[in-house]
Design a protein around this ligand. Structure first.
Ligand code: CAA
Length: 258
């Protein structure tokens, strides 16, 4: 895809930035936007010059959900045969650390998209919610699963059943977001975090992300076993040598990202 219609893409140093850009629809996620986000994220993922990716929206909305106007006329067979929303699962397979910088509405698919990312940094005006039930549907991009894992059954059940939204402060207290920052500082703070991650070895950061994500798929014993194997594989990289020698030499490491 040479030209994007629904997103803006740029690179700052080793950080790739994808900005959702459908202001007329509060960044509602339509099929085209999903295809474009995935294409941009995949391109960054395989680029050795990129060590972290930021996904963001506008001050008013990260994303106000899946595009209701696009979904409204569809029937079960359309949704089922197209396996609607399944493309977003591919974003969870991107191995480069993905940061959601969220301001304003993160509702329905918008909240789910933020949760597909590895960590969420929220502006003070961010609002999270799964209001699908008010439209006669339920979450379809993983919200019932990822929200429950992030904040526990009691709050997730309340939000999914009533459609109640949660402000940034409650979201941080509940474990949904990593940090809340003043709205004017959102991108600077997200960029600082992304730059910190991108300054590490890319393969090691990928292994670290993989290790944490295993916690959501396995028993504790299997997870610890998998972590140990991933830890051992770090020792096959140039960056492990550099990181440890730099410590001993009392100088900052100069990772080759190999
Ligand atoms: N889909 C399509 N268009 C949307 C949209 C969405 N999810 N959310 C907002 N828009 C559009 C509005 O229709 C409106 O367009 P028009 O000017 O052409 O009428 C424009 O964006 C601005 O929205 P509002 O005028 O409603 O703005 P507001 O400030 O008064 O309200 C809001 C903001 C509370 C976020 C409100 O827009 C809203 O409730 N949006 C829908 C939220 C929602 O239900 N999301 C879940 C969608 S379903 C889903 O995501 C399924 C899934 O699991 C993946």
């Amino acid at each position: 895809m040479s030209e994007f219609e629904t997103i803006l893409v740029k690179q700052e140093g080793r950080v790739g930035i994808i900005t959702l850009n459908r202001p007329e629809a509060l960044n509602a996620l339509n099929v085209r936007l999903g295809t474009e986000v995935l294409a941009a994220a995949r391109a960054f993922d395989t680029d050795p010059g990129i060590g972290a990716i930021i996904l963001t929206g506008s001050e008013r909305a990260f994303a106000a959900g899946a595009d209701i106007k696009e979904m409204a006329p569809r029937g079960f067979a359309d949704m089922y045969v197209e396996d609607f929303f399944s493309g977003w699962d591919e974003l969870a397979r991107v191995r480069t650390p993905l940061i959601a910088a969220v301001a304003g509405h993160a509702l329905g698919g918008g909240c789910e998209l933020a949760m597909i990312c590895d960590l969420i940094i929220a502006a003070e005006n961010a609002r999270f919610g799964q209001p699908e039930i008010k439209l006669g549907v339920i979450p379809g991009m993983g919200g019932s699963q990822r929200l429950t894992r992030a904040i526990g059954k009691a709050k997730a059940m309340e939000m999914v059943l009533t459609g109640r939204t949660m402000g940034a402060e409650e979201a941080e207290r509940s474990g949904l977001v990593a940090r809340v920052v003043p709205a004017a500082e959102l991108m600077d703070q997200a960029l600082a975090t992304a730059e910190a991650i991108a300054s590490m070895s890319k393969p090691i950061a990928m292994l670290a992300k993989e290790a944490v994500n295993i916690a959501f798929e396995t028993s504790l014993a299997e997870g610890v076993h998998a972590e140990r194997r991933l830890n051992h594989s770090c020792f096959a990289t140039e960056d492990q040598k550099e990181g440890m020698v730099a410590f001993i030499d009392k100088r900052p490491p100069n990772f080759s990202h190999k």
